[in-house]
Design a protein around this ligand. Structure first.
Ligand SMILES: C[S@@+](CC[C@H](N)C(=O)[O-])C[C@H]1O[C@@H](n2cnc3c(N)ncnc32)[C@H](O)[C@@H]1O
Length: 216
């Protein structure tokens, strides 16, 4: 997540007044980001019925770029006690009951191995989530390139661990590779949608790629 300078008054004011921030505080979510995932899941169910829910009881879910833990909180709640959430981030994450939390750089092979090990004995996931975002430097082209690198790492991971028929939600930035990344996803999933949840700030270049029905 981008680091904010304390002097960044506009951001602080906006954050303070943000309805999703207020709601997260009230409902016990660690981040406003939780509502992006809830919204994506709700829309899916609205369109295809309850059976199409992204998060279902007993699932194994991997949450890449999970700090401070909003998405993992949502996942743990919806998959119940028989499910498993494996969360990883560069930053520390306070424990979340029902999840395995790992700290490290997902681009590092040793960390990738730890995430894969946490999926044993099956070694597979039903859903891969990635909300990974680089620390924004303000230089658009390099920020976009770093964002693309993270999304590519998520795609590689999907090809290693996702169950056939599984699903993914991957954060994509609207940079030069955006259309290519969407095109690539269409070769990996039966259904692909690009979504911009209302909880995602309009000025942010982030979008989410929703992939359903992974084709091995
Ligand atoms: C927008 S935040 C995620 C918010 C989270 N989904 C939630 O609901 O609380 C993006 C996260 O990506 C993480 N991140 C960026 N690069 C990463 C990397 N190479 N490996 C692991 N995490 C990374 C950042 O540390 C940051 O916490």
């Amino acid at each position: 997540m981008a680091k904010r300078r304390p002097s960044s008054g506009r951001w602080l004011q906006e954050h303070h007044d943000d309805p999703y921030v207020l709601r997260a505080r009230k409902e016990g979510y660690r981040s406003r980001a939780a509502y992006k995932l809830l919204e994506i899941d709700a829309e899916l169910q609205q369109k295809y019925g309850k059976k199409a829910a992204l998060l279902r009881s007993g699932m194994t879910v991997v949450d890449l770029g999970a700090a401070p833990g909003g998405w993992s909180q949502v996942a743990v709640k919806l998959i119940g006690k028989t499910g498993r959430v494996v969360a990883v981030d560069l930053l520390p994450i306070e424990p979340i009951n029902g999840s395995v939390i790992l700290q490290g750089d997902f681009l590092d092979d040793a960390v990738l191995q730890q995430v894969t090990n946490a999926l044993e004995p099956k070694g597979r996931a039903d859903l891969v989530l990635s909300d990974m975002a680089p620390n924004m430097s303000g230089f658009k082209s390099s920020d976009m390139a770093r964002g693309e690198l993270l999304a590519e790492a998520a795609y590689d991971f999907i090809s290693q661990v996702l169950e056939p028929g599984g699903a993914a939600v991957i954060k994509l930035f609207q940079g030069s590779e955006f259309h290519e990344m969407v095109k690539q996803a269409r070769t990996m999933f039966e259904k692909v949608k690009v979504v911009k949840p209302q909880a995602s700030r309009a000025r942010s270049a982030e979008h989410y790629l929703l992939g359903l029905g992974y084709i091995k």
